[in-house]
Design a protein around this ligand. Structure first.
Ligand code: CA2
Length: 148
């Protein structure tokens, strides 16, 4: 059974506590439960993580690439949070490892402040999703299933 690795970046541990008009009322634990159900549907094992630290996300992408080389990774769904708009290190980690990765955003970043319109992740990602709310995580896992 292949693993779907779902990585969440900075402040996503606060989901459900503030800004419900943008991010909804569901917590990160709710997102994990949704991802578990989507992985059950598609026959993937779920590995679900969150970090507020850029380097830890980079390390996890390197780990994903080793799993991919061993034929054990379905792919990565990455919500890099604000690092989306700042991180050359994440861009380089995705490009450098060649890991199959879907960039995901809960909100439609293009309908928000202009500083959210640029992504360092998009040029290195296999696919990009934004604006479907929390259900987007399940859609992204379905997308990974379609890529197998
Ligand atoms: O829409 C998304 O998923 C984002 O990746 C979320 C990031 C934001 O910086 C990106 O531009 C778009 C922010 C995640 C922080 O989420 C919070 C949720 C509730 C309360 C505080 C922060």
């Amino acid at each position: 059974m292949k693993t779907a690795l779902i990585l969440n970046g900075p402040n996503l541990n606060l989901l459900g506590t503030r800004e419900p008009s943008v991010y909804g009322h569901q917590t990160l634990a709710d997102v994990q439960a949704l991802c578990q159900s989507a992985c059950d549907t598609h026959g993937f094992a779920l590995d679900f993580r969150q970090s507020n630290h850029e380097g830890e996300l980079v390390d996890w992408l390197h780990e994903a690439s080793r799993l991919q080389a061993a034929g054990k990774l379905a792919g990565v769904v990455l919500n890099a949070g604000a690092y989306t708009h700042t991180s050359v290190a994440l861009h380089d980690a995705i490009k450098g490892t060649g890991v199959t990765l879907i960039e995901l955003h809960i909100s439609n970043v293009h309908a928000r402040e202009s500083f959210r319109h640029h992504s360092f992740i998009s040029p290195a990602a296999r696919a990009v999703m934004a604006g479907f709310g929390v259900p987007g995580y399940a859609l992204a896992i379905a997308g990974l299933a379609g890529l197998q």
